[in-house]
Design a protein around this ligand. Structure first.
Ligand code: GLY
Length: 263
């Protein structure tokens, strides 16, 4: 099967950040996230998704789950099929059941990773020919194997790859920009996992720009990475920026904040 381009979307699902975000997971403490500023950035993000014409469902904040604003980790959305994930972070396991009802409204088939393996959506990059899944501290080979068993009958090809050591998710370091074109940090590209793709590198000292999304006509980037933004604009992409200072304190970025799909 030939995949949809994976950057043209009619719908997205987001979740408002909760006051408990101050307890969100993080690799290192770089300060307490400010809820009001995070909500402001979130509003800008949702506004950009809607500006493309997409229908965006904003779910209510979940106080019991500090990281639940990062909805991408809860599910994988494919044409006609959503797969609920099984997050490797114990504090995030319970988020998934709160995502299921929203997905059932849009997908005829909603499958679930049952375990014992783990997998988070942030480790999954869809391209027009395959599904790359990075092993990480949150995603293991058992989780990837179970995902493969679920999606293969639907015509999808899964390839297991590695997330660089010390990097939260595979997509912390890369994004799909368009047909066969990927934005990647040099360190991830050096692994060879993107052989056969056209790869654009983030500029030096701007690795955090890699967690960007192509959403319809826009490439939505975190603010503060002018050299990489300039490079993408020179390539002809319509770049838009969203403040990410607060999500970045929790290792989150543009892809983490939405589930994107056609329905
Ligand atoms: N703080 C995002 C995560 O660790 O899952």
């Amino acid at each position: 099967m030939s995949y949809n381009p994976t950057f043209q979307f009619s719908h997205a699902i987001t979740r408002r950040p909760s006051a408990s975000i101050v307890n969100g997971l993080r690799a290192e403490d770089t300060g307490t996230p400010d809820l009001a500023l995070m909500q402001q950035h979130h509003n800008e993000y949702v506004g950009l998704l809607r500006e493309t014409g997409a229908d965006v469902t904003e779910l209510e904040a979940l106080e019991a789950f500090p990281d639940s604003v990062f909805v991408e980790d809860d599910a994988l959305c494919l044409p006609g099929l959503a797969v609920l994930m099984r997050p490797g972070a114990p504090s995030r396991l319970g988020e998934v059941e709160h995502m299921a009802p929203a997905l059932r409204k849009h997908f005829k088939t909603v499958a679930a990773i049952e375990g014992p393996g783990f997998i988070e959506g942030g480790d999954i990059l869809l391209t027009d020919k395959e599904i790359l899944v990075g092993k990480s501290a949150r995603t293991d080979s058992e989780g990837i194997a179970e995902l493969t068993r679920i999606v293969e009958p639907h015509g999808h090809v899964v390839r297991e790859v590695d997330t660089p050591a010390g990097v939260l998710h595979f997509k912390t370091d890369c994004s799909l920009l368009g047909d066969n074109t990927i934005l990647s940090t040099k360190r991830l590209d050096a692994s060879g996992c993107f052989a056969g793709y056209r790869v654009i590198h983030t500029e030096d000292d701007e690795e955090a720009a890699a967690n960007t999304i192509r959403f319809n006509q826009f490439v939505i980037m975190p603010s503060g990475f002018p050299k990489t933004a300039e490079k993408l604009m020179r390539e002809g992409f319509e770049v838009r920026h969203v403040g990410n200072s607060e999500c970045a304190k929790l290792d989150g970025g543009m892809s983490c904040l939405s589930l994107r799909f056609n329905a």
